[in-house]
Design a protein around this ligand. Structure first.
Ligand SMILES: NC(=O)c1ccc[n+]([C@@H]2O[C@H](COP(=O)([O-])OP(=O)(O)OC[C@H]3O[C@@H](n4cnc5c(N)ncnc54)[C@H](O)[C@@H]3O)[C@@H](O)[C@H]2O)c1
Ligand SMILES: [Zn+2]
Length: 431
């Protein structure tokens, strides 16, 4: 508990932690009919993206629903890295074809986040920008009880199946942002490692780096006791690092250490795939409550201001920096910056992520070196230079980061524009 002298405002003494019930294991997808029937749903919308739809997983969900007398439709228009526009279109479709008693999201974070937005926009009042965080949106809190949402992740990455977050690109502002509220959290997460066997190595690598950043950022986040004391109505989803989130982050890092390289190299290795799916959910249960900080805050303008980078393994119609790449590119330098705030946590995280790593002369290098070693081995770009940015872009990137105050507030030390510019400059090429 934070010590107080009486003169200063008392520090926070309370943390919150939440997660949905989970169903995990091979074949879990085919039990969704039973699960949805428990909520009394009769008519359900399945949301997915075109590639995942072609794999036939949404059709299996529809079959399972039908076995329990639940009718369903498949909407396969979820945009990979969703935008305000794509979420509005999905919500428009759901409104026209509705009403629905529940939703099933089948896909990566893009489809799961789209389903969260559709659930909100078809149940509560207002438009997307009413809910997006200030200062980008109006930061309104959802008021109504949302419909049941079962989330079925097909990537091992975002952990969106267990978080209360929804992330999108606001096209007119060229900025990626998000919002969080406990009402957005899926009702049930159904995680079936078998559905991840078809992930291309590039998506495995990028989504896996998202897990790494979720775990490391929330483990090194500002401790919950160092925030100002809040009133119950002021509590936010991200409350800072706390003992329960820490447990999940540590376990996620150990799973990453044992299985990430194998999952990229040999996508058919079911044990490695299962461990990656577990790690993604575990890290989601960590960061989804503790919060993420600089690497994610930087990832938003890196993705939102993309030039003409088109990564292998992803849809090629539009340029994009996939979320997992965008958040990892400045991570090594960000952890050099945060090292003095909690050296022992950075060292412990490095030891979990790279168990056999030699002890370096400069302890501040231990974690950046573990992250860089992993990035090199799995073939993610070496820095923001490799996705198209130069020194000249830094003045444009910095304001995009500074807009992510919700995330920067979770950093364990104050962050200035100069700090962020320095982190971008040192991240043009990490090796
Ligand atoms: N809500 C949260 O808590 C949260 C957290 C982190 C990231 N995100 C968001 O999630 C999005 C990224 O999601 P993602 O990384 O999971 O990927 P994604 O949903 O964007 O999918 C990436 C690509 O992989 C394909 N794919 C998905 N599953 C597949 C499978 N089993 N086999 C073959 N191909 C498959 C998709 O069709 C797509 O082309 C971003 O918008 C990001 O900002 C959300
Ligand atoms: Zn992320």
């Amino acid at each position: 508990m934070a010590a107080t002298t009486g003169a200063e405002p008392p520090g926070e003494s309370i943390f919150t932690w939440g997660a949905p019930p989970l169903k995990f294991g091979a074949g879990a997808v085919d039990e969704i009919g039973f699960d949805m029937a428990q909520y009394g749903a009769r008519r359900v919308l399945i949301l997915t993206d075109p590639r995942v739809n072609e794999l036939g997983i949404p059709a299996r969900v529809a079959d399972s629903l039908a076995r329990y007398g639940i009718s369903s439709e498949i909407f396969d228009g979820c945009h990979v890295e969703p935008t305000d526009d794509s979420m509005d279109k999905a919500a428009g479709y759901a409104r026209e074809q509705g009403p629905w008693d529940g939703f099933v999201a089948v896909g990566g974070g893009s489809s799961i986040d789209t389903a969260k937005a559709v659930n909100l926009l078809t149940t509560d009042e207002g438009g997307l920008m009413d809910y997006v965080n200030q200062p980008i949106g109006r930061g309104r809190a959802p008021q109504r009880q949302l419909k049941p949402l079962i989330a079925v992740p097909t990537t091992a990455g975002t952990g969106s199946e267990s978080t209360a977050m929804c992330v999108l690109d606001v096209l007119s502002l060229r900025v990626k942002t998000g919002f969080g509220h406990w009402r957005l959290r899926p009702t049930l997460a159904v995680i079936d490692p078998l559905v991840s066997l078809t992930l291309p190595p590039e998506v495995t690598a990028s989504a896996g780096m998202d897990i790494v950043c979720h775990a490391l950022e929330s483990y090194t986040a500002r401790h919950y006791t160092t925030f100002e004391r809040k009133q119950p109505e002021q509590r936010v989803t991200y409350c800072g690092s706390n003992p329960v989130s820490d447990l999940w982050c540590e376990k996620a890092l150990a799973l990453i250490a044992s299985s990430f390289r194998t999952a990229v190299r040999d996508g058919a290795d079911l044990e490695a795939r299962s461990n990656m799916m577990l790690a993604a959910t575990f890290a989601g249960m960590g960061f989804g409550n503790a919060g993420v900080h600089i690497p994610h805050a930087n990832g938003y303008p890196i993705a939102g201001m993309v030039k003409d980078y088109r990564p292998r393994g992803y849809p090629q119609q539009e340029p994009m920096v996939p979320h997992g790449q965008s958040v990892s590119l400045t991570a090594p330098e960000a952890f050099r910056f945060t090292f003095p705030t909690a050296p022992e946590r950075h060292l412990r995280a490095a030891a979990l992520l790279a168990p056999g790593q030699e002890t370096l002369n400069d302890p501040a290098e231990q974690l950046p070196s573990a992250v860089i070693g992993l990035m090199r081995d799995i073939g993610v770009p070496s820095g923001i230079g490799a996705v198209g940015y130069t020194e000249a872009d830094i003045p444009d990137l910095v304001p995009g980061t500074m807009k992510q105050q919700r995330l920067l507030a979770t950093c364990a030390r104050p962050v200035t524009e100069e700090d962020i510019a320095g982190i971008f400059a040192a991240s043009i090429q990490n090796w």
